[in-house]
Design a protein around this ligand. Structure first.
Ligand code: HEM
Length: 119
C-alpha cells in the first residue's frame, strides 16, 4: 500500500510546520489579514493542524467545528478563498513539499470551497 498523505507530508511534525507557516502567511496577506486580527493565532494553528492531520490519515482527532460552522456568517468571498489557497501553496513550497503532495493538498482544500465561501 502506498504511504498516506500524512506520512508523505512528514507526519505530525511536518504538518505542524506547514500549518504554522500557513497561518503566519494569513497574517501577512493583505487580502485576508484583517479577518484574523482578533484571533488567537496559537489556537488557530493548533486547530488547523489537528484538522489537517485528521484529514490526511494521521492519528490526531480533530475536535473543532465543522467547516460550515466555523465559517458561517463570515460571508467569505471567492477572492479571499483563493488568497488562503495562495497562502497554502506558499507554505507547502517553503517547507519543501513535493509537487505531487502540493497538488493533493490543494485538491482537498479546493473541495471545501462550498463549506467556506459565501455562507
Ligand atoms: C479550505 C479552506 C479553509 C480551511 C480548511 C479552514 C480551516 C479552519 C479551521 C480548522 C478553523 C478552526 C475552527 C475551530 O476553531 O473550531 C478555521 C477558523 C477560521 N477561519 Fe478558516 N479555513 C479555510 C478558509 C478560510 C478563509 C478563506 C477564511 C477567510 C479569509 C477563513 C477564516 C477563518 C477565521 C476568521 C476563523 C476563526 C478564527 C478564530 O477562531 O478566531 N478560513 N478555519
Amino acid at each position: 500500500m502506498s504511504a498516506t498523505l500524512y506520512d508523505r507530508l512528514g507526519g505530525t511534525d511536518g504538518i505542524r510546520r506547514i500549518v504554522d507557516t500557513l497561518v503566519d502567511n494569513h497574517s501577512k496577506n493583505p487580502v485576508v489579514s484583517a479577518r484574523f486580527a482578533g484571533s488567537d493565532m496559537k489556537h488557530l494553528k493548533q486547530m488547523a493542524g489537528d484538522f489537517f492531520i485528521t484529514g490526511s490519515g494521521g492519528p490526531e482527532i480533530y475536535a473543532g467545528k465543522d467547516m460550515a460552522s466555523a465559517h458561517r456568517h463570515m460571508n467569505i468571498s471567492g477572492d479571499e478563498f483563493v488568497a488562503v489557497l495562495d497562502d497554502a501553496v506558499n507554505a507547502l513550497k517553503a517547507n519543501d513539499v513535493g509537487q505531487q503532495e502540493q497538488e493533493e493538498v490543494l485538491y482537498i482544500l479546493y473541495n471545501l470551497k462550498g463549506q467556506v465561501v459565501g455562507i
